[in-house]
Design a protein around this ligand. Structure first.
Ligand code: MTE
Ligand code: CO
Length: 421
């Protein structure tokens, strides 16, 4: 490649094409892994015999060779399985849509097993006409399809006091981005007729926690959905089957699963989840509350601790960015811990309050690098460094940590979660 190497240069189109060509030739590859008997010019066994037949009456699953691409948990993080969390394997995914079976799960009282025939959604409070909807009622109403990210407010929460967890699955894996099909909540509220003094709604789940959150009526009438499908199929049990609330751009906690009740009121209810939890304790002892919006954030998913760099030379940095305030405008990547920034290449559809996929290709000469990404959204907001965030928020918080993540890429290709001063 004629382009400058390592941290110094941005890969030009010409250099990019040359690098792609080099990466495609067998001579550029390291010692070939695998069983020589299966490699060219030999004919491998899988080409000599008939394969398995069509799988009828079965739900498909990934290749057995991908068995490590699974949700994982952090054992010490939670006391019980019922009130716990698993993490999306971001390091092993690409594009913007999270496969349904890999979406992280977060429950406060386990997965409610709701019989769709017995499912009811009650809408009451400050309305002219209280209503009860069956699942069929909801399906008969005009529906929309929308792609949104969902991020738990506690995502990256363990990193407030310094880098802890070695893998983007654990530091950033409480996010997923899928397509929802559902009814705009506005439609249901209009059917019931909201009274003039109404200002808030309470959304309540049918799980044993009866998890409930207050949401401003303005948001409910804006873009919230009462969703029953995810990635085309019915919601998975762990994602709230048969119905969940979709609250675009807002912290995952308000996306109530197994949604059974919406009450309209004139003030918030101050439930457990918006008083003792999901508030941000500041240095001066005061707490921020109702901090609903998830600010712009990004992470390099590969290379990352669980996806080390196996080879020098042409290297693709891949990552995700999202903002609860709208569309992502730009993503920057740094190879030197934030001293120099280059514009990443976004290669995905860019949607409101959805993930975008970014790439940055360069020629890695094997020197140690400090990889970072930062997201800039359409409001002009720039993802802050962890230190800048701590200056405003202190280190008592659990929630809403959208600071810039640093990965240390070492000459041997291993990657580690670090912080730069
Ligand atoms: N809704 C109910 N009824 N019960 C819950 O425990 N967990 C909340 C939210 N909705 C929860 C819930 C939290 S904290 C998050 S982050 C999201 O659901 C997680 O959604 P997911 O499991 O689909 O990823
Ligand atoms: Co959460």
């Amino acid at each position: 490649m004629s382009e400058p190497k390592g941290t110094k240069g941005k890969t030009s189109r010409r250099g990019f094409l040359a690098a792609v060509a080099a990466a495609g030739t067998a001579s550029a590859a390291p010692a070939l892994a695998g069983n020589p008997k299966n490699l060219p010019p030999n004919v491998p066994d899988w080409s000599r015999t008939l394969g398995d037949g069509v799988a009828v009456r079965a739900y498909g699953s990934p290749s057995k060779f991908e068995k490590n691409v699974i949700r994982r948990d952090v054992e010490w993080l939670t006391a019980t399985r019922e009130s716990s969390v698993s993490f999306t394997p971001l390091h092993a995914l690409d594009g913007i849509i999270t496969p349904s079976g890999l979406c992280f799960e977060r429950h406060h009282a386990g997965i409610a097993e709701v019989d769709p025939d017995d499912y009811r959604l009650m809408l009451h409070g400050l309305v002219d006409k209280p209503l009860i909807f069956t699942l069929e009622d909801l399906k008969r109403l005009p529906r929309v399809n929308r792609i949104y990210f969902l991020e738990c407010a506690a995502n990256s929460g363990m990193e407030w006091r310094g880098s802890q967890l070695n893998g983007c699955q654990y530091t950033h894996g409480m996010v997923h981005c899928v397509e929802y099909t559902g009814v705009p909540l506005k439609l249901l509220l209009e059917q019931a007729g909201v009274k003039a003094n109404a200002k808030w709604i309470l959304a309540e789940g049918a799980d044993a926690a009866g998890m409930d959150r207050s949401i401003p009526l303005s948001k409910a009438l804006d873009d919230c959905l009462v969703a029953y499908r995810m990635n085309g199929e019915m919601l998975r049990p762990e994602q709230g089957y048969p119905v969940r609330l979709v609250v675009p751009g807002w912290e995952g906690n308000v996306w109530v699963k197994w949604l059974r009740r919406i009450k309209v009121g004139d003030q918030p209810w101050f439930t457990r989840e918006e008083t003792s939890k999901y508030t941000d304790l500041l240095e001066n002892g005061k707490a921020r509350r109702f901090t609903f919006v998830m600010d712009a954030k990004s992470v390099i998913t590969s290379p990352s601790p669980q996806a080390p760099c196996r080879q020098k030379g042409f290297t693709v940095i891949s990552g995700l960015a999202w903002s609860g305030r709208g569309k992502i405008k730009r993503v920057d990547v740094s190879l030197d811990g934030g001293r120099n920034w280059r514009t990443a290449r976004i290669d995905s559809i860019v949607l409101d309050k959805a993930c975008v996929r970014f790439y940055y290709e360069f020629d890695w000469n094997g020197e140690a690098l400090l990889l970072q990404s930062r997201a800039i959204d359409e409001t002009g907001y720039v993802q802050p460094s962890k230190d800048d965030l701590r200056k405003i928020r202190g280190v008592n918080s659990i929630y809403h940590n959208n600071g810039i993540q640093t990965w240390s890429l070492k000459p041997d290709g291993e990657v580690e979660n670090v912080e730069v001063g």
